[in-house]
Design a protein around this ligand. Structure first.
Ligand SMILES: Cc1ncc(C[n+]2csc(CCOP(=O)(O)OP(=O)(O)O)c2C)c(N)n1
Ligand code: SF4
Length: 287
């Protein structure tokens, strides 16, 4: 097994002291070390936000792109070299707001990669506006009289769009979160790990104590079956005095890479010889 220190980047995180994203970074480093995936075989891709700075703090390949665009970049990289372990990271504003269209389509494509969303229910980087997961009626800088819109439900959305591994963790429980991430990375297909990752500076509602009072682990109920789609959907909507974390759903289904003709040989595109496509035959077929 590799050492966690092998995945520590040269740049120290500049997150506010106590930010939940520290726990997410530590859990990801632990998961990669336990899986013994060498840093040069890992690519971490993000958009924009406090959370999206994560690729700069981990020792691996990294790409810090545009707001909301981590998933198309990650998908392109994965299809270009599907031997890589590709992990997209970011915030709830990045992934469930501006990037939500990409999220929907990446779920249904079932590309074999992991998406970790540091869900702090606020825009942190831009100093405290409401995000898609801010609960209804919550007052923020951009909603001084309370949010009018309903909060988006990331777990239910991922389930309904075809994601094949859907989990939720809490950055106040790093060991549990690391296990969920390990499962996501090992899973063959698109995996979402939504993480309650408190913004200690701008979200004074969804704090560590607020979550500690409410979260419970799905796996503590031995009857819970992560292969049961309906049950997963039911649990996705449980929110209030008790909020479930853990593995909601896991199913095996062919990945995009399995079904893409150009990858049938199993050889990554990046390593295939360049050949001219037979355009005449294609035109004959379609025009
Ligand atoms: C196209 C575009 N629109 C808006 C912004 C401004 N912006 C930067 S980060 C951000 C939201 C960050 O929130 P989130 O993704 O939840 O990440 P956090 O900072 O909370 O980790 C916004 C609106 C931008 N950079 N680009
Ligand atoms: S503003 Fe919030 S999300 Fe951003 S680093 Fe500080 S605590 Fe974390």
């Amino acid at each position: 097994m590799a050492q966690v220190k092998e995945y520590i980047g040269k740049i120290k995180p500049d997150w506010c002291p106590g930010c939940g994203d520290f726990g997410v970074l530590n859990s990801l480093q632990r998961a990669l070390a336990e899986l013994d995936i060498a840093p040069h075989n890992v690519l971490v891709v993000s958009g924009i936000g406090c959370s999206s700075n994560l690729p700069g703090f981990i020792h691996s390949y990294g790409f810090h792109g545009l707001h909301g665009r981590s998933l198309p970049v990650a998908s392109g990289a994965k299809l270009g070299n599907h031997a890589l372990t590709v992990i997209a990271t970011g915030g709830d504003g990045d992934g469930y707001g501006i990037g939500v269209g990409h999220f929907v389509h990446t779920c249904r494509r079932n590309i074999d990669m992991t998406y970790i969303v540091m869900d702090n229910q606020i825009y942190g980087l831009t100093t405290g506006q409401a995000s898609p997961t801010t609960e209804k009626d919550v007052r923020t800088k951009s909603t001084p009289e309370g949010t009018i819109e309903l909060a988006l439900n990331p777990v239910a959305l991922a389930l309904s769009c075809g994601a094949t591994y859907v989990a939720r963790g809490f950055s106040g429980d790093n060991l549990h979160l690391a296990q969920l991430m390990k499962g996501a990375i090992e899973h063959k297909g698109f995996a979402l790990v939504d993480v309650f990752s408190p913004c200690v500076t701008y979200n004074k509602r969804n704090t560590y104590p607020w979550f500690r009072e409410r979260v419970y682990k799905l796996e503590d109920d031995q009857q819970y079956d992560p292969a049961d789609f309906r049950l997963a959907m039911e649990k996705a909507f449980e929110w209030g005095a008790r909020i479930p974390i853990g593995l909601f759903y896991k199913v095996e289904r062919p990945t995009y890479e399995d079904e893409e003709p150009a990858l049938r040989s199993g050889i990554p595109l990046a390593k295939q010889p360049l050949e001219r496509a037979d355009l005449a035959a294609l035109m004959e077929d379609f025009i």
